[in-house]
Design a protein around this ligand. Sequence first.
Ligand code: 13P
Length: 227
Amino acid sequence: MKKLIIGNWKLNPVSLKEAVKLTSLIEKTKKNTVVLCPPHVFLSSVKYPNLGAQDCFWEEKGAFTGQVSPLQLKNFKIKYVLVGHSERRFAGDDDHMVNAKIRLALANNIVPVLCVGYKTTVLQDDMEVTDIIKNQLDLGLAGLEAEKVVVAYEPVWAIGSGKTATPDHTEKIALFIKNRYGVEKVLYGGSVNPSNAQGFLAQRNVDGLLVGGASLVPSYFNKIINL
Ligand code: 13P
């Protein structure tokens, strides 16, 4: 089964020239479905089979300075959008905003990737994690068709830290998310690299990866997407 592997470039790189170069170095593999999420400013200029945005707004147009809407993204043939990333939640996004963003992404036929795991601690206690993400999922998915939403489990402490959740723990969390909400695809994110990626991909209920830092290094990302 093909997995879904998403590269989240975050606020990188700083120039269009570098963004185009980086994209050109990422293989177009058939082994997995690969999605690149460059910053919004580069979305119309980089060419890759599947592109995603790192965030979107919950209104289609109007007096909303600085925002980018799913309708605009659709016009650029953007297929996925990350929503509720912990770095957006730190900046003020709450679960109701996340819910509204997902709703509008779905209305525009863009697959929302709902990130949960903000406020988890380093304990990796299954009960603690399910308690925290339950809240994010109950509110984030309220009134929506959950089967059309991809969920990325990203324990906040694992992001950019070099520490990962264990594949076993991640499998249990993925199963919980699927059973409770009817979600069909769950990804893992947090310090994924070429050495640890396979452990997650080998899990039955882990349908792919959300990769940050390693997606900026073509030799690393190419290894991960070809596993
Ligand atoms: P890292 O892979 O750099 O830990 O980032 C994970 C992430 O936040 C992807 O969205």
